[in-house]
Design a protein around this ligand. Structure first.
Ligand SMILES: Nc1nc2c(ncn2[C@@H]2O[C@H](COP(=O)(O)OP(=O)(O)OP(=O)(O)O)[C@@H](O)[C@H]2O)c(=O)[nH]1
Ligand SMILES: [Mg+2]
Length: 437
């Protein structure tokens, strides 16, 4: 299908040193000629040109680049205009492009065209979105790995294995028993079981890749006045929650997004846990416990100087990390665990290190294997496993069922990378079996 020519501001809107406007489609070269009044520069050669609108009025001095299809991001002819990043300049250039009859690009349309042109598979296209969204180091690393094809390679390998197994099963269908080795069906089953095991291992990762994209939730709970709000403020490095001597200061759940040692964390401060006397505080306590229940990690903060530090904390309350605060005050007893003082700052670095280690444990994969990063992938993998289980359960005298289930599994896997092509299966049938008939 022939595409029209689209344009968009590719850098962030607003005032900046430089702004880049990108044009993709058959009219890209003509667009450069129309705006500069000069010949299109050689591909991938930056030239300095004055841009003018249709009336001949100067818009700006720009660095102009041309990429000839298919050697461009979208696989089409692409023009890039690097202009000064002032709002009026950007507006004037976009208006001039509209005046040339080009269409403003839809969200993601450049990347979509790249996928359609076979420049990128879907997992790499998604990785571009993740790279742009990455707010922390760990998110950037994960997105870059996916962009480099870690996931595409993995899913494509499973697909290739399945295509092979599928080819065998199609052969069972097409040829009589005498023509095929007796162990063909066993081989198909062994291959399928191997793939199912690998997919399940990949899915059974505690959702760490998805968590890393979304950010992990860390909830701070503890009795009133333990210093929970002080801790949240210290971690977030800003005054997000009110700190006061009155026990029961925090009533609602207060959330703040932060970067903990390179990991994205949504930190929640909660109401102090105790037998509340009035309804609003009781509701706060209920929400605190509910939030702790739903959190990825729970930090229990206790006041080391208190006579009964656990008072109010329901038995069995989950705590992934227990921290004792107020080490600057005399303590009535020795406390086991991390000791800090939010007043003096003592022990804070060690506590942050311990917390970061917990977060890392939840988010990083223990081996070097690529991690699942999206629900979309997980759903497709689940579907593939279901189809493969059903393929394994197909009665031996019914190879049609097995072949059909394999096709379903293949299609599910193909949807992840965007490659869904049953023709490939036939190619392998004819290649692997040298059928001269
Ligand atoms: N001496 C001492 N006081 C502290 C320390 N940390 C916090 N405080 C004080 O303890 C009081 C309660 O602190 P908050 O951070 O509001 O405690 P909270 O756990 O959020 O309390 P609620 O919101 O009421 O549940 C305040 O007066 C703080 O200044 C500490 O390490 N040492
Ligand atoms: Mg508080």
């Amino acid at each position: 299908m022939a595409h029209d020519t689209i344009y968009a501001l590719s850098t962030a809107a607003g005032r900046a040193g430089v702004a880049v406007v990108r044009v993709s489609g058959p009219e890209a070269a003509h667009t450069i000629a129309a705006l500069t009044g000069k010949a299109t520069p050689a591909p991938r050669n930056a030239v300095l040109r004055r841009l003018r609108d249709a009336s001949g009025a100067a818009i700006d001095e720009a660095l102009v680049l041309f990429f000839r299809a298919p050697s461009s991001f979208t696989g089409e002819d692409v023009a890039e205009f690097h202009i000064h990043g002032g709002r009026a300049i950007v507006e004037a250039l976009l208006a001039a492009l509209a005046g040339l009859g080009l269409r403003p690009a839809d969200a993601g349309e450049f990347t979509r065209r790249a996928v359609e042109a076979g420049k990128l598979d879907l997992t790499r296209a998604e990785a571009i979105a993740d790279l742009v969204d990455a707010g922390t180091e760990a998110q950037r690393r994960q997105a870059l790995r996916q962009y480099d094809g870690a996931l595409a390679d993995l899913y494509e390998r499973w697909r290739a294995d399945l295509i092979r197994a599928g080819a065998w099963s199609e052969a069972i269908l097409d040829f009589s028993d005498e023509e095929l080795p007796a162990e063909t069906l066993t081989q198909v089953h062994v291959a399928i079981r191997g793939i199912v095991r690998e997919i399940q291992h990949h899915m059974n990762d505690g959702g760490r890749g998805e968590l890393l994209r979304d950010g992990l939730t860390l909830t701070v709970i503890g009795p009133p006045n333990a210093g929970k709000s002080s801790l949240v403020n210290a971690l977030a490095r800003r005054d997000v929650a009110i700190v006061a001597e009155t026990a029961g200061t925090t009533r609602d759940v207060i959330e703040v997004r932060m970067d903990l040692g390179g990991y994205p964390v949504t930190l929640a401060d909660t109401a102090g846990l105790r037998q509340a006397v009035e309804a609003v505080e009781a509701e706060g306590v209920r929400r605190a416990l509910a939030r702790a229940d739903a959190a990825d990690l729970v930090l229990l903060l206790l006041d080391g100087s208190a006579e009964a530090p656990m008072e109010g904390v329901p038995a069995g309350t989950r705590a992934d990390l227990t921290v004792w605060n107020k080490s600057d005050l005399p303590w009535p007893a020795k406390r086991r665990g991390l000791a800090i003082s939010l007043k003096s700052g003592a022990g804070l670095d060690a506590m942050i290190a311990a917390l970061t280690a917990k977060v890392r444990e939840r988010l990083e994969s223990p081996d070097e294997a690529p991690v699942l990063t999206r629900k979309r992938h997980r759903h497709a993998l689940e579907e593939a496993v279901r189809a493969l289980d059903s393929a394994l359960a197909a009665p031996p005298d019914c190879p049609e069922l097995l072949a059909e289930d394999l096709r379903l599994a293949l299609r599910a896997l193909g949807r992840i990378t965007g490659r869904v092509d049953i023709e490939e299966l036939l190619d392998v049938v004819f290649r692997d079996f040298c059928i001269g008939k």
